[in-house]
Write a protein that binds this ligand. Sequence first.
Ligand SMILES: [Zn+2]
Length: 144
Amino acid sequence: MGTDNDRVFDIEFMVRDLEGKISEYPEEHLNSLPTWKTFELSETLAELGDKLKMLTRRASIPHSGWMPEIGQSNQSGCRVAHRAEEKAVRRGLALVSLCGADCYPFYGRDSEKKILTHPKCGTCERLLDDQLTGTTHAPTSAAG
Ligand SMILES: [Zn+2]
């Protein structure tokens, strides 16, 4: 078990090694590579994939529970921040927020509190508030 820095170094090393190996193959011969060459490449790629998965596992919801949404940021680089629960549902690589927006945990544990630079989603704030106060949105009776 290595640290994340070790893993990043390993990955960088593997990618550079792959670049070197692949650049040795003239493009016109890529379709006729010897079997052992393609086996070697596929083994290396599988190992690289495992290392990348190890790194992404550490991606988790910041302590604040707020994450920037996926998509285009505005000109100043701001995205809307949405609230995600600790056990948020995943949709592909994204985590689904309270309001249903897809978010990536860009900031990991967000020790630098970068999420505070993004405006909070009003819908998520309302839903979170409802959760905390136990309010439900059951339709109120019009009778009386
Ligand atoms: Zn939201």
